[in-house]
Ligand binder design. Sequence first.
Ligand SMILES: Cc1cc2nc3c(=O)[nH]c(=O)nc-3n(C[C@H](O)[C@H](O)[C@H](O)COP(=O)(O)OP(=O)(O)OC[C@H]3O[C@@H](n4cnc5c(N)ncnc54)[C@H](O)[C@@H]3O)c2cc1C
Length: 360
Amino acid sequence: MKIYKAAIIGLGPSGLAVNKILYGDSSSEIIAFDNGDIHNRDNFFGFWLTDWMKPFENIVEKKWHEWTIGDKKINITHTSSDKPYCVISFKKWKNYCLDSKNKLEIINKKVIQYFSQQNYFKIITADNNEYYAEKIYDSRSAKEKKDELIQHFFGINISVADNTFNENKLTLMHFTEEKNLLHFIYILPFSHNKALVESTVFSKEIFKSSWYREKIINYLSLKNVSKFEEISTEKGIIPMFFVEEKRSSSPNIFNIGIRGGACKPSTGYAFSFLIKQIQLLKNSKNNYVDIHKFLERKMDKIFINYLKNNNENGQSFIKLASNLNGNEFQSFMMGESNLLTKLKIIKSMPKLLFIKELLK
Ligand SMILES: Cc1cc2nc3c(=O)[nH]c(=O)nc-3n(C[C@H](O)[C@H](O)[C@H](O)COP(=O)(O)OP(=O)(O)OC[C@H]3O[C@@H](n4cnc5c(N)ncnc54)[C@H](O)[C@@H]3O)c2cc1C
């Protein structure tokens, strides 16, 4: 009976990070399970360049020092010289994390359950096979929950006529007018003629791909882009609630990634936080680390409740963006804002509605 040093359940970005950051420099034998084919996955993960993300700067696809937030009437431009917005593709992250000294065995199967036996765990897969490991890193998570908000999106990587996009400026949020719905377009201009254009909604239920596609086409036609070549698509659901599994009572079970509470629910940003989580775990004796600070979590909860109970159309985001400069805005998005910035954020919000949510 072979007992692996650790078993990783799910080879999304967090499972991959465990392999590289925790075991990459060792000669440990690790086993990883994924029920999908990770080689078929690709999408872009965006984040602002914080100190903890600097070690990965050389696999960044592209950086933007300018971004905009607005709607058809107003456009706020933010700049940051030292904390640009960056993207890393899943494929690059995967290749980076699989390039390690340790021995990793990948099993393309669904894990059904695992339980502790003496000083190791028995892992059962859907085909009733058994595997054994000393530690478990579990990244399985539910992305939807009844009556909770989700961020859902569909994006198309397009190729268009030359000089269509300003490749130095990304569109972080362009809100469109919808009935009782928060919807925005997100554009990553990789070059003057190539971009990822995404349609994103904050609501309780997802839509058919054709809905988002129509929004993308409408937006592009307003920008006089009537013809484009579709290179690829990506879609997803990100929970806007605290997913966090209860801390495991076993010191050798680690809940990681979104499952371990990495996502900042008010924004859906999770990639850089799940990397921070694994970095923190490396230097921790515990099986759990706090990624988001108490005050940040509190503000997130209030903001999500506000979004759940009010028909927000993007004006709060635009007001927030107009009251902050680029560095303040990115510090808020990356959970690193100081007290003064937090006060500016609170000041930007609709006061009465926020006080109501605070008192709930
Ligand atoms: C298309 C897309 C774009 C995103 N863009 C951004 C972004 O720009 N910036 C950002 O910060 N965040 C972004 N996110 C949010 C977040 O970073 C991702 O959801 C990220 O993939 C979360 O990583 P994870 O490792 O926690 O979970 P997942 O990526 O969900 O990985 C879990 C893995 O476990 C596998 N699995 C599940 N159940 C089992 C089982 N029973 N047995 C075996 N394997 C199993 C799944 O197949 C999956 O591969 C995006 C998400 C998506 C989907």
